[in-house]
Design a binder for this molecule. Structure first.
Ligand code: FAD
Length: 416
């Protein structure tokens, strides 16, 4: 069914009884050409682009839970292309362009809203570094505007610029950045992949991999053995556990990242604001809740539940940035497991085992990468060549020392 205003009218008049499920619930076949482990945004986008761009349709996505239950449905929905480093910059620029055409491409409302991303600067040094980043974004073909303190106070008057601890000198505005409804992105890619013949298999956990002579030939799952010549791992926070099934130790640690939403309020925050004094960011959802978050909890864990010190940190930052937030009630908080690499940048690469591929290490920034990650991982799986915008995301950069350390913090995930 093609979604259109006419379908909404027709189905509305018929009591909404003719809508069909977005994708078919399939049982696994005995074998596929390619299996993607993980039905998050990245796995589903990869399956879609394998079918769409490379005409590879004998593909399955194996998800241990339900679609949207992982980080794709837990993130704070921010989409942007404001990266500095050669390698990251081209990749995220490509991703933002794919976001801009996603709703037409998938025929699905992902509620993409280019409301702008504002990064704040708290010192002359930080303003210099925002100017440098903005110049890089512009030279890459993206947009950036440096705002003075006065321009900033006109733009976001509720922000406290005169806190003596964290004075605000100005900011960098990226107008094409914004938000999108996170789980709709998973549903949109799932529907589009299903329409092209991809099998989406939920409630099926991969428990092992079948490897002979350093070559992979399939996976063991809770629904039995499934053969495939190529296996792609797109399991986000579980990357180290799934890689461990074949004895691979990756430069990845798992941490929990928490997020928060307030009660619904009238529109008051009309862009996304990133505080520069510490990691804190905030936007307002279309339902009215203020959606905000901060840094990862500082210990390794696979439990998607955070702890109080990180919550206290986030609440203090929120109060310092915009004291009016103290009047709002927090409705709920949640956590997701993020796969932190040792330089803060991802890996899209072949693994040392023939037929095994990885799309992982997205840290806390993989939602905005979803379309380009799917595009580039599909390219790698189909052609065995790196896509040009993802050619720096190799595993051997950790061995050779060519790190993509966007935050210049070194191999310390806590500081990324
Ligand atoms: C609180 C929070 C806020 C965030 N905010 C942002 C943001 O604002 N902007 C941004 O760009 N990024 C953000 N991120 C990061 C982003 O959500 C992730 O980087 C991205 O979603 C990861 O890719 P994914 O969607 O494929 O992951 P997931 O949705 O987690 O998909 C991985 C899937 O693999 C499945 N899986 C795992 N093991 C197995 C197995 N053995 N067998 C079968 N299936 C398996 C899981 O069940 C899961 O569904 C945030 C993350 C969190 C937790």
């Amino acid at each position: 069914m093609h979604y259109s205003a006419w379908q909404i009218l027709k189905n509305g008049l018929r009591g909404g009884k003719n809508w069909r499920p977005l994708w078919h619930s399939k049982e696994p076949k005995k074998s596929y050409d390619i299996i993607i482990i993980g039905g998050g945004g990245h796995g589903l986008a990869t399956a879609y682009y394998l079918a769409k761009n490379h005409a590879l349709k004998n593909v399955a996505v194996i998800e241990k839970g339900y679609l949207g239950g992982g980080n794709v449905g837990r993130n704070t929905t921010i989409v942007r292309a404001n990266y500095l480093l050669d390698g990251n910059s081209q990749f995220f620029s490509h991703s933002l362009k794919l976001w801009e055409s996603m709703e037409q491409e998938l025929n699905f409302n992902t509620m993409m809203s280019q409301r702008g991303i504002l990064s704040l600067g708290h010192s002359d040094g930080q303003m210099d570094s925002l100017a440098r980043r903005g110049n890089m974004m512009i030279s890459q073909g993206d947009d950036a505007e440096l705002l003075s303190a006065k321009e900033l106070s006109d733009y976001v008057p509720y922000v406290n610029q005169t806190d003596p601890r964290f004075p605000i000198y100005g900011g960098l505005l990226h107008r094409r950045g914004g938000t999108a409804r996170h789980d709709a992105v998973a549903w949109g890619y799932a529907r589009a992949a299903d329409r092209l013949g991809v099998d989406i298999i939920q409630n099926c956990e991969v428990t092992g991999m079948i490897v002979n002579n350093n070559t992979i030939s399939g996976v063991q799952t809770t629904k039995g053995k499934i053969k495939a010549d190529k296996i792609g791992m797109a399991v986000a926070g579980r990357t180290s556990q799934v890689a461990d099934m074949v004895g691979l130790k990756l430069p990845i640690e798992s941490h929990v990242l928490q997020a928060f939403v307030s009660e619904g309020l009238k529109p008051c925050v009309d862009c996304e604001i990133s505080w520069g004094a510490e990691l804190f960011y905030i936007s307002q959802s279309d339902k009215g809740g203020l959606v905000f978050g901060g840094d990862i909890d500082k210990y390794n864990t696979y439990a998607a539940r955070g702890n109080l010190p990180a919550i206290e940190n986030v609440m203090e930052a929120a109060m310092a940035l915009m004291p009016m937030i103290g009047r709002a009630k927090v409705l709920r908080s949640w956590g997701g497991i993020v796969d932190m690499t040792m330089d803060g940048s991802p890996i899209i690469d072949k693994m040392p085992i023939n037929g095994l591929y990885l799309d992982g290490g997205w840290c806390y920034g993989g939602f905005k990468a979803t379309p380009a990650s799917g595009w580039c991982f599909a390219h790698l799986l189909a052609t065995d060549e790196h896509h040009e915008v993802a050619e720096k995301y190799t595993l051997d950069r950790f061995e050779k020392g060519y790190l993509l350390d966007e935050e210049a913090t070194g191999a310390t995930p806590n500081l990324h």
